[in-house]
Design a protein around this ligand. Structure first.
Ligand code: PXP
Length: 237
Protein backbone atom coordinates (compact mmCIF):
# COMPACT_ATOMS: atom_id res chain seq x y z
CA UNK A 1 0.00 0.00 0.00
CA UNK A 2 1.27 3.47 -0.84
CA UNK A 3 1.74 6.07 1.85
CA UNK A 4 0.10 9.48 1.73
CA UNK A 5 1.70 12.59 3.16
CA UNK A 6 -0.87 15.36 3.18
CA UNK A 7 0.43 18.83 2.40
CA UNK A 8 -1.30 21.37 4.66
CA UNK A 9 0.07 24.53 2.98
CA UNK A 10 -3.33 25.63 1.72
CA UNK A 11 -4.98 25.31 5.10
CA UNK A 12 -2.44 27.96 6.11
CA UNK A 13 -3.19 29.90 2.89
CA UNK A 14 -6.82 30.30 4.03
CA UNK A 15 -5.59 31.70 7.34
CA UNK A 16 -2.96 34.01 5.81
CA UNK A 17 -5.25 35.60 3.22
CA UNK A 18 -7.35 37.09 6.03
CA UNK A 19 -4.76 37.33 8.80
CA UNK A 20 -6.99 35.27 11.11
CA UNK A 21 -6.09 32.69 13.75
CA UNK A 22 -8.19 30.07 11.94
CA UNK A 23 -8.29 27.52 10.35
CA UNK A 24 -6.20 25.76 12.99
CA UNK A 25 -3.38 23.71 11.48
CA UNK A 26 -3.31 21.32 14.42
CA UNK A 27 -7.01 20.56 14.01
CA UNK A 28 -6.29 19.82 10.34
CA UNK A 29 -3.40 17.55 11.34
CA UNK A 30 -5.66 15.61 13.73
CA UNK A 31 -8.31 15.16 11.04
CA UNK A 32 -5.88 13.92 8.39
CA UNK A 33 -4.47 11.47 10.93
CA UNK A 34 -7.93 10.12 11.74
CA UNK A 35 -8.56 9.82 7.99
CA UNK A 36 -5.54 7.52 7.63
CA UNK A 37 -2.80 9.84 6.36
CA UNK A 38 0.73 8.56 6.95
CA UNK A 39 2.48 11.89 7.20
CA UNK A 40 2.20 15.65 6.93
CA UNK A 41 4.11 17.89 4.54
CA UNK A 42 4.69 21.61 4.95
CA UNK A 43 6.48 23.94 2.54
CA UNK A 44 8.18 26.78 4.38
CA UNK A 45 8.64 29.25 1.54
CA UNK A 46 11.10 32.12 1.69
CA UNK A 47 8.25 34.63 1.30
CA UNK A 48 6.24 32.92 4.10
CA UNK A 49 3.06 33.16 2.00
CA UNK A 50 1.38 30.26 3.81
CA UNK A 51 3.35 28.15 6.29
CA UNK A 52 5.11 30.10 9.08
CA UNK A 53 8.02 28.89 11.22
CA UNK A 54 5.58 28.58 14.19
CA UNK A 55 3.49 26.13 12.11
CA UNK A 56 6.56 23.98 11.51
CA UNK A 57 7.31 23.88 15.24
CA UNK A 58 3.68 23.00 15.99
CA UNK A 59 3.41 20.19 13.45
CA UNK A 60 6.89 18.87 14.29
CA UNK A 61 5.51 18.06 17.75
CA UNK A 62 2.52 16.21 16.27
CA UNK A 63 2.51 12.42 16.01
CA UNK A 64 2.70 11.99 12.23
CA UNK A 65 6.09 12.18 10.48
CA UNK A 66 6.74 15.66 9.12
CA UNK A 67 8.29 16.25 5.71
CA UNK A 68 9.52 19.81 5.41
CA UNK A 69 9.86 21.28 1.93
CA UNK A 70 12.32 24.12 1.69
CA UNK A 71 14.66 25.92 -0.73
CA UNK A 72 18.38 25.13 -0.86
CA UNK A 73 20.37 27.55 1.29
CA UNK A 74 22.93 27.27 4.06
CA UNK A 75 20.56 29.12 6.40
CA UNK A 76 17.69 26.69 5.66
CA UNK A 77 19.98 23.72 6.14
CA UNK A 78 20.93 24.94 9.62
CA UNK A 79 17.25 25.53 10.41
CA UNK A 80 16.28 21.99 9.27
CA UNK A 81 19.03 20.40 11.35
CA UNK A 82 17.70 22.27 14.39
CA UNK A 83 14.00 21.41 13.76
CA UNK A 84 14.77 17.79 12.88
CA UNK A 85 11.66 16.80 10.90
CA UNK A 86 11.40 13.22 9.62
CA UNK A 87 12.60 14.32 6.17
CA UNK A 88 13.52 17.49 4.32
CA UNK A 89 12.66 17.81 0.64
CA UNK A 90 14.77 20.42 -1.08
CA UNK A 91 12.92 22.21 -3.85
CA UNK A 92 13.70 25.02 -6.30
CA UNK A 93 11.85 28.18 -5.36
CA UNK A 94 10.98 31.33 -7.31
CA UNK A 95 9.24 34.26 -5.65
CA UNK A 96 7.00 34.79 -8.69
CA UNK A 97 5.78 31.19 -8.97
CA UNK A 98 2.31 30.13 -7.81
CA UNK A 99 3.68 26.75 -6.77
CA UNK A 100 6.87 24.74 -7.28
CA UNK A 101 7.42 24.60 -11.03
CA UNK A 102 9.76 21.66 -11.44
CA UNK A 103 12.56 19.58 -9.99
CA UNK A 104 15.98 20.82 -8.91
CA UNK A 105 18.60 21.36 -11.59
CA UNK A 106 21.53 19.41 -10.17
CA UNK A 107 23.82 21.08 -12.69
CA UNK A 108 23.16 24.56 -11.26
CA UNK A 109 26.25 26.28 -9.81
CA UNK A 110 26.94 25.22 -6.23
CA UNK A 111 24.02 22.78 -5.97
CA UNK A 112 26.12 19.62 -6.01
CA UNK A 113 28.22 20.96 -3.12
CA UNK A 114 25.07 21.99 -1.25
CA UNK A 115 23.51 18.53 -1.64
CA UNK A 116 26.71 16.80 -0.51
CA UNK A 117 26.73 18.91 2.62
CA UNK A 118 22.97 18.52 3.19
CA UNK A 119 23.12 14.71 2.99
CA UNK A 120 25.89 14.61 5.62
CA UNK A 121 24.69 17.28 8.02
CA UNK A 122 21.08 16.05 8.00
CA UNK A 123 22.25 12.48 8.52
CA UNK A 124 24.11 13.67 11.63
CA UNK A 125 20.85 15.26 12.82
CA UNK A 126 18.90 12.03 12.11
CA UNK A 127 16.97 13.62 9.25
CA UNK A 128 16.44 12.12 5.78
CA UNK A 129 17.53 14.32 2.89
CA UNK A 130 15.13 14.15 -0.07
CA UNK A 131 15.40 15.95 -3.42
CA UNK A 132 12.50 17.05 -5.62
CA UNK A 133 13.59 15.96 -9.09
CA UNK A 134 12.39 15.55 -12.65
CA UNK A 135 11.72 11.94 -13.72
CA UNK A 136 14.92 11.84 -15.73
CA UNK A 137 17.38 8.87 -15.53
CA UNK A 138 20.55 11.00 -15.55
CA UNK A 139 19.22 13.16 -12.73
CA UNK A 140 18.27 10.10 -10.65
CA UNK A 141 21.73 8.58 -11.16
CA UNK A 142 23.43 11.88 -10.29
CA UNK A 143 21.43 12.15 -7.05
CA UNK A 144 22.29 8.56 -6.17
CA UNK A 145 25.99 9.28 -6.71
CA UNK A 146 25.65 12.19 -4.24
CA UNK A 147 24.40 9.82 -1.56
CA UNK A 148 20.73 10.81 -1.80
CA UNK A 149 18.48 7.98 -0.63
CA UNK A 150 15.07 9.61 -0.98
CA UNK A 151 13.67 11.33 -4.08
CA UNK A 152 10.32 12.93 -4.80
CA UNK A 153 9.54 12.81 -8.51
CA UNK A 154 7.89 15.90 -9.95
CA UNK A 155 4.50 14.87 -11.34
CA UNK A 156 3.41 18.38 -12.32
CA UNK A 157 4.24 17.95 -16.01
CA UNK A 158 2.21 14.73 -16.06
CA UNK A 159 -0.67 16.47 -14.28
CA UNK A 160 -0.74 19.25 -16.88
CA UNK A 161 -0.14 17.02 -19.92
CA UNK A 162 -2.51 17.06 -22.88
CA UNK A 163 -4.27 13.77 -23.71
CA UNK A 164 -1.64 13.17 -26.41
CA UNK A 165 1.22 13.62 -23.92
CA UNK A 166 -0.11 11.69 -20.92
CA UNK A 167 1.12 8.20 -21.83
CA UNK A 168 4.65 9.51 -22.44
CA UNK A 169 4.74 11.45 -19.15
CA UNK A 170 3.41 8.45 -17.25
CA UNK A 171 6.08 6.23 -18.74
CA UNK A 172 8.80 8.73 -17.79
CA UNK A 173 7.68 8.64 -14.16
CA UNK A 174 7.33 4.87 -14.08
CA UNK A 175 10.80 4.35 -15.60
CA UNK A 176 12.31 6.84 -13.14
CA UNK A 177 10.65 5.18 -10.14
CA UNK A 178 11.86 1.75 -11.32
CA UNK A 179 15.41 3.04 -11.78
CA UNK A 180 15.49 4.80 -8.43
CA UNK A 181 14.09 1.88 -6.52
CA UNK A 182 16.59 -0.49 -8.23
CA UNK A 183 19.33 1.79 -6.85
CA UNK A 184 17.89 1.47 -3.35
CA UNK A 185 16.34 4.95 -3.27
CA UNK A 186 12.94 5.55 -1.64
CA UNK A 187 10.91 6.97 -4.52
CA UNK A 188 8.07 9.36 -3.74
CA UNK A 189 5.99 11.47 -6.09
CA UNK A 190 3.96 14.64 -5.97
CA UNK A 191 2.64 17.88 -7.39
CA UNK A 192 -0.64 18.42 -9.15
CA UNK A 193 -2.03 15.00 -8.24
CA UNK A 194 -5.77 14.50 -7.91
CA UNK A 195 -8.05 11.55 -7.15
CA UNK A 196 -8.55 11.18 -10.90
CA UNK A 197 -5.00 11.50 -12.23
CA UNK A 198 -3.25 9.51 -9.47
CA UNK A 199 -5.01 6.26 -10.42
CA UNK A 200 -2.39 5.03 -12.96
CA UNK A 201 0.22 5.15 -10.17
CA UNK A 202 -1.78 2.94 -7.83
CA UNK A 203 -0.19 -0.17 -9.36
CA UNK A 204 3.38 1.21 -9.30
CA UNK A 205 5.20 -0.79 -6.62
CA UNK A 206 8.34 1.29 -7.06
CA UNK A 207 6.64 4.35 -5.63
CA UNK A 208 6.50 4.57 -1.85
CA UNK A 209 4.75 7.79 -0.86
CA UNK A 210 2.66 10.52 -2.47
CA UNK A 211 2.79 14.13 -1.33
CA UNK A 212 -0.55 15.73 -2.12
CA UNK A 213 -2.10 18.98 -0.95
CA UNK A 214 -4.02 21.35 -3.20
CA UNK A 215 -6.59 18.91 -4.61
CA UNK A 216 -7.30 17.48 -1.14
CA UNK A 217 -7.88 20.90 0.41
CA UNK A 218 -10.09 21.91 -2.56
CA UNK A 219 -12.14 18.74 -2.28
CA UNK A 220 -12.48 19.26 1.49
CA UNK A 221 -14.56 22.38 0.83
CA UNK A 222 -17.33 20.07 -0.38
CA UNK A 223 -16.91 16.86 1.60
CA UNK A 224 -14.77 17.83 4.60
CA UNK A 225 -11.08 17.22 5.18
CA UNK A 226 -11.47 13.74 6.62
CA UNK A 227 -13.49 12.44 3.67
CA UNK A 228 -11.18 14.17 1.16
CA UNK A 229 -8.13 12.44 2.66
CA UNK A 230 -9.95 9.10 2.78
CA UNK A 231 -10.87 9.41 -0.91
CA UNK A 232 -7.25 10.13 -1.81
CA UNK A 233 -5.93 7.33 0.36
CA UNK A 234 -8.19 4.93 -1.48
CA UNK A 235 -7.22 6.33 -4.90
CA UNK A 236 -3.43 5.94 -4.40
CA UNK A 237 -3.80 2.19 -3.76
N1 PXP B 1 5.64 18.18 -3.70
C1 PXP B 1 6.32 19.35 -3.76
C2 PXP B 1 7.81 19.29 -3.80
C3 PXP B 1 5.65 20.57 -3.74
O1 PXP B 1 6.34 21.71 -3.78
C4 PXP B 1 4.24 20.58 -3.65
C5 PXP B 1 3.52 21.88 -3.59
O2 PXP B 1 3.88 22.55 -2.43
C6 PXP B 1 3.58 19.35 -3.59
C7 PXP B 1 4.29 18.16 -3.64
C8 PXP B 1 2.09 19.25 -3.45
O3 PXP B 1 1.53 19.64 -4.65
P1 PXP B 1 -0.06 19.84 -4.71
O4 PXP B 1 -0.41 20.90 -3.72
O5 PXP B 1 -0.28 20.22 -6.13
O6 PXP B 1 -0.67 18.51 -4.36
Amino acid sequence: MHRLSVNLDHIATLRQVRGTQYPDLLEAARLVQVAGADGITLHLRGDRRHIQPADVTLIRAFELPLTLEIACSAENLKYCASIRPHAVTFVPERKEELSTEGGLNLGAPGLKEFVNEAVLSLKDAGVICCLFLEPDPETIRAAHAMGVRMIELHTGTYAEATPAQIAGELERIQKASALGSSLGIQMNAGHGLTVANVVPFAADKNLFEFSIGHSIVCRSVFVGLKAAVQEMKQAIG
